[in-house]
Design a protein around this ligand. Structure first.
Ligand SMILES: Nc1ncnc2c1ncn2[C@@H]1O[C@H](COP(=O)(O)OP(=O)(O)OP(=O)(O)O)[C@@H](O)[C@H]1O
Length: 732
């Protein structure tokens, strides 16, 4: 037995490499993350029965797939060329990757230690397709692809649905032919025994139809749940990979756009089921033709034309009003979010009435469009119901007329046609509603595609770089960056930061210091020019890898709902309790943790409510210390701290930042300048001063004195010594 094939550690490492090689947007897990996953599979795979190993290997694929954010399809016993790449588990519990099919060499198989071509798979082997939801062949995301992929995966459900629909239709045919037989044969001949047999037969048919419908509905429900989970997974994944500078300004619009996948999913299912039912309506139409001739078929076809016309007419109006209505309701949602988050300011400034007026006017717009959409929807549904009744009446009247005048239709035949017409007219009557649903789904898809069209992290390269080690040397040349909302572009002609340099960025408010820091963190991409980190384009370095190496502490600290411990360990998995306590002690967070009865399990509510601004900053700071980055990018890290906390944080930074680590610091606090040897002064015109710390401070003070007279304010630095405040606006 080849033990390597059963080793979860080796299998995971091998699959991790192979899958991230196959799918351009799949990030390779770090050794640390793999170690955590592996913890779930203590050498169990090497023991046990083959069947047990097979189950564990499947579990391993599932867990690893979820961690890598790829999806494993359902396990099957057959394999087609179109299903590649896929994973195979042999009956002995060996896992292999089926990577290609060659007409001459056969199936390409690879496992932990070898590669080979085989013409046949071992008996009882099981396969599962591996795919990246929403990712096209060229690595591009598209909402349409995401849905198509999810539905294609469940094509078996639709095949079953079609089969069930065909059986239900034949059973329905039985019910209508039963009426015909009763009227034409049983009543004239008084055939009681025939009546009993026919009635029992129809009773069984009705029961079977009921069971089939229940089964079909349960299977479809499961498929809807699966599609929903897959699509929502893909949509959320897309949200997480949008590059930060691409995020739309309105939260309401973005949330509504992302949520719209539910409308699309509902339509896709309704349309697919409708399409499955249509051939059977045609079958019934043929039966009507044979029983009653072309006149009755003509009446039904006229109803089809009218139903489509009603649907299309109302669709145009619905699209128009949905478009304007959606914009208003998105703005309403945005205002709601703003009002909740800014409740403090609204109360303090007494601006509630202004928000109320805005809310009122947006509500009016939204409701008036909503009502118009509703009106056209109802118009379509009432018109189709009336037309359906009219067609039925016309059908019966014409049938009766034919039966009286030339007798080509028997009474039984007419009754069978009337029953069958219900089966044909009902789906046709649903057509206007479906057309309306299509209009909504198309708009939802348009909105979702707008989100999918936003640029994402690492979208300039197919296989993002994962360098073994980054030293933190930056080179920026010809940088030009503009916010999507517009405004003055931020530009830098040339800037170099050597590995291990400790730099402060100073400048007046709104000069672009935070923007520059985000460019250095790689979360923003410049419009022109490139930010190079260790000579590599930072946009080509894998985003998750960059997050591990580059520690970026933003100005606005955001905590997430959960516990304090979860917030401190965000994105990290192998931090021990001792390390956590040591970091919290170093930053001065420990007294806060100890003073609270829940300690590290303190509940943090959505948006980080429940802790003060300074505490939030301390938590974020402690989190950064725990992550041990190579490059430290700090945006006013102590802005909300008191002197004591600031001193603790400064000491912690001194201890943690090694001489090899690069530090870029934005600050308005003089005490922090003790950490750096170089100062870069930035204004809206770009870099205006750059040099050794003391020289730049001296020049800034000279500029300040020249502008305002010799007024210098002295403050104590972190060690209690006197320092001069650096004039932030002095460079202007
Ligand atoms: N999300 C945004 N959308 C549009 N413009 C923005 C956005 N964020 C910042 N700006 C603009 O970009 C410019 C630079 O902003 P930035 O936050 O980088 O300045 P800063 O030097 O860090 O200021 P401060 O010292 O106040 O933090 C400002 O004029 C600001 O108005």
């Amino acid at each position: 037995m080849n033990k390597e094939l059963y080793s979860p550690e080796k299998t995971m490492a091998w699959l991790n490499n192979r899958l991230s090689g196959i799918f351009p947007n799949v990030r390779r897990l770090s050794r640390r993350e793999l170690a955590v996953l592996k913890g779930e599979y203590p050498d169990l795979l090497q023991q046990g029965e083959p069947a047990y190993r097979v189950a564990l290997q499947k579990c391993l694929v599932d867990v690893l797939g979820r961690a890598l954010s790829v999806r494993a399809g359902s396990w099957t016993r057959s394999l087609q060329e179109t299903d590649l790449p896929c994973l195979m588990v042999s009956p002995a519990g060996q896992i292999s990757l089926v990577f290609e099919f060659s007409p001459t060499r056969g199936w390409g198989l690879e496992d932990v230690s070898s590669r080979e071509y085989v013409s046949e798979f071992p008996d009882g082997a099981e396969f599962c397709r591996i795919f990246d939801p929403g990712v096209g062949a060229n690595g591009s995301f598209s909402a349409k692809k995401l849905f198509k992929q999810a539905l294609r995966e469940r094509r078996r459900v639709f095949v079953f649905s079609a089969l069930a629909a065909s059986m239900v239709s034949f059973l329905a045919l039985g019910t209508s032919l039963y009426s015909m037989q009763v009227y034409d044969r049983v009543i004239p001949t008084q055939g009681y025994s025939t009546l009993i047999v026919l009635t029992i037969g129809v009773g069984i048919a009705i029961f079977l139809e009921f069971v089939l419908k229940l089964t079909r509905s349960a299977i479809l429900e499961a498929a809807i749940r699966d599609v929903d989970s897959e699509v929502s997974h893909g949509v959320f994944k897309r949200l997480l990979t949008i590059r930060l500078d691409q995020f739309p300004a309105s939260v309401g619009t973005l949330a509504a756009q992302l949520r719209s996948y539910e409308t699309i999913r509902t339509f896709y299912f309704a349309a697919t089921l409708y399409a499955i039912d249509i051939p059977f309506a045609l079958l019934f139409l043929c039966v009507v033709f044979f029983l009653a001739g072309p006149v009755l078929v003509g009446i039904i076809l006229s109803f089809v034309v009218l139903a489509v016309a009603v649907g299309m007419l109302s669709r145009t109006q619905i699209v128009k009003h949905t478009r304007t209505g959606t914009a208003s309701s998105n703005r309403k949602l945005g205002l709601l979010v703003e009002a909740v988050e800014g409740a403090e300011v609204i109360k303090a400034t007494g601006a509630g009435w202004l928000a109320q007026i805005k809310w009122g006017s947006l509500s009016q717009d939204a409701i008036s469009d909503d009502l118009k959409v509703r009106r056209y929807q109802e118009l379509a549904s009432f018109a189709s119901a009336s037309m359906q009744q009219l067609s039925y009446t016309l059908l019966v009247a014409s049938g009766a007329f034919i039966a009286i005048t030339d007798g080509t239709i028997t009474m039984g035949g007419l009754i069978a046609c009337a029953i069958l017409s219900g089966r044909i007219l009902t789906p046709i009557g649903m057509l206007p509603g479906l057309i309306v649903q299509w209009a909504h789904a198309r708009m939802a898809m348009e909105n979702l595609e707008k989100v999918f069209a936003l640029r994402n992290d690492n979208d300039t390269c197919n296989q993002p770089l994962v360098p073994e080690r980054l030293h933190g040397g930056y080179e920026l040349e010809g940088i030009r960056f503009t916010y999507a909302a517009g405004g003055q572009p931020f530009s830098i002609d040339k800037l170099e930061i050597k590995p291990g340099e400790k730099v402060a960025l100073l400048g007046p408010i709104g000069a672009g210091k935070s923007t520059l820091l985000k460019l250095l963190a790689g979360v923003y991409a410049p419009k022109d020019g490139r930010v190079l980190l260790d000579r590599l384009d930072i946009q080509q370095i894998s985003r998750p890898h960059l997050s591990e190496v580059v520690g970026y502490l933003p100005q606005e600290v955001r905590l997430f709902a959960g516990t304090l411990r979860e917030n401190l360990l965000l994105g990290m998995s192998d931090i021990s309790e001792e390390q956590l306590v040591a970091a919290a002690t170093a930053t001065g967070l420990m007294p806060f943790i100890s003073s609270h009865p829940q300690g590290l399990d303190l509940t943090i509510t959505e948006g980080g409510n429940g802790v003060s601004r300074g505490q939030k900053q301390l938590i974020a700071f402690t989190r950064l210390l725990l992550s041990h980055p190579e490059v430290w990018l700090l945006d006013e890290p102590t802005a909300s701290m008191d002197d004591g906390s600031e001193r603790s944080c400064l000491m912690a930074l001194r201890q943690m930042i090694s001489p090899e680590n690069t530090l870029v610091l934005v600050t308005h606090k003089p005490a922090l300048l003790n950490l750096v040897q170089r100062i870069i002064v930035v204004t809206s015109a770009g870099v205006v001063m750059d040099g050794p710390r003391d020289m730049v401070i001296a020049r800034l003070q000279q500029n300040h004195q020249a502008a305002t007279g010799p007024v210098n304010q002295d403050v104590k630095d972190e060690n209690g010594g006197e320092r001069h405040v650096v004039a932030q606006g002095g460079a202007e």
